[in-house]
Write a protein that binds this ligand. Structure first.
Ligand SMILES: NC(=O)c1ccc[n+]([C@@H]2O[C@H](COP(=O)([O-])OP(=O)(O)OC[C@H]3O[C@@H](n4cnc5c(N)ncnc54)[C@H](OP(=O)(O)O)[C@@H]3O)[C@@H](O)[C@H]2O)c1
Length: 308
């Protein structure tokens, strides 16, 4: 059980996104106060009414020390959405919005004089591993070489720059399951319209994780002084995409009968198609070993919770 922390203040970037919208209310409930670095204060005001302080920030711009005043932990979620067509310009945006932002935070943390936040939690993704087929990926598995794998490596290098100055936790997130946002939310309309199916062969492994476990991991990382370094944040039992889609169909009492070939996906989404078909059998070896408990270990429990 996570402890309540009255009065501790957490700085969050990308807090208006799918994960941030889940994280911020839970942090508030646990007694943390929140300072959000946001590109659009108006959007943030519409999402979070009370207990959240907003600081406008364009991402890569240098951060003054005052932004960290009274901050005990930093959670870095910022990044341009992946699920768009990847033009050459958009690939640059995916990269820049993560790497430049993370360097700006790391460098600002190391420039601080006097008291620094105790912990910097920066996200990355299991996309780090590229397409590993049947291989089980632990935190020690070498990176892949596709575009997302390169983005994740550079993103993590930017975060490592803060390691000499604060306790650094890098969360390599799997595909976050949430009926409100992200991968699952995008699949649901086609299933509801009796047009559910798999992307590519369906044989690829999907490193899914329920949003409550992502939020739980962030709380654990904030509160566990020994947590440090890279963690796969994906449920202990990854599944193949075909199995996932069939289970979604069962939960919704809808068929899962379509199969969208990679060639068609490439026409629709460009390079994103290959990322959708990459196989990452990632397991959370370090988190389990160090005592983090997943609330949702099996996909059937997670989908039942989200879809019933
Ligand atoms: N959801 C998943 O399944 C998943 C899996 C693996 C990794 N991740 C990573 O986890 C992070 C959060 O995920 P999410 O699903 O919450 O993402 P999201 O819904 O796309 O939100 C990301 C947030 O990043 C900020 N942002 C967007 N475009 C930006 C840009 N061009 N430059 C700087 N900041 C920008 C926005 O916050 P403001 O407008 O408030 O600035 C936005 O709310 C992302 O970096 C994502 O890549 C997510």
């Amino acid at each position: 059980m996570n402890e309540e922390r009255n009065g501790l203040r957490v700085l969050v970037t990308g807090g208006t996104g799918g994960i941030g919208r889940r994280l911020v209310p839970v942090l508030l409930r646990y007694g943390y106060s929140i300072r959000l670095l946001v590109r659009s204060p108006l959007k943030a005001t519409q999402l979070f009414l009370e207990g959240v302080e907003l600081v406008p920030w364009r991402g890569e711009q240098e951060l003054p020390g005052e932004v960290f005043a009274g901050i005990s932990g930093v959670i870095n979620l910022a990044g341009a959405p992946i699920a768009r067509r990847w033009t050459a310009a958009y690939r640059q945006e995916i990269l820049r919005s993560r790497v430049a932002t993370t360097y700006a935070l790391s460098r600002a943390l190391c420039r601080l004089e006097g008291q620094r936040p105790a912990v910097f939690v920066s996200v990355s993704a299991t996309g780090y591993y590229g397409d590993k087929g049947e291989q089980v990926c632990t935190e020690n598995t070498p990176p892949g070489d596709d575009f997302l794998a390169q983005v994740c490596q550079q993103w993590e290098v930017a975060a490592w720059e803060a390691a000499p100055c604060v306790r650094l936790v890098i969360a390599r997130l799997g595909i976050v399951l949430d009926r409100e946002s992200g991968f699952l939310a995008r699949l649901l309309p086609s299933f509801r319209a009796f047009a559910g199916g798999v992307l590519g062969s369906g044989a690829q492994w999907v490193p899914w994780v329920h949003w409550q476990d992502v939020v739980g991991f962030f709380l654990w990382a904030l509160q566990t002084p020994t947590a440090q370094g890279v963690y796969n944040v994906a449920a202990p039992e990854p599944v193949r995409l075909r199995q996932m889609c069939q289970m979604i169909g069962q939960q919704l009492r809808r068929p899962c009968w379509l199969s969208i070939p990679v060639v068609a996906l490439r026409l629709l989404y460009g390079g994103l198609a290959d990322a959708l078909c990459a196989s990452q059998r990632a397991i959370p070896e370090r988190a389990l070993r160090e005592g983090f408990r997943f609330r949702f270990s099996t996909l059937s429990e997670a989908l039942q919770y989200e879809l019933q």
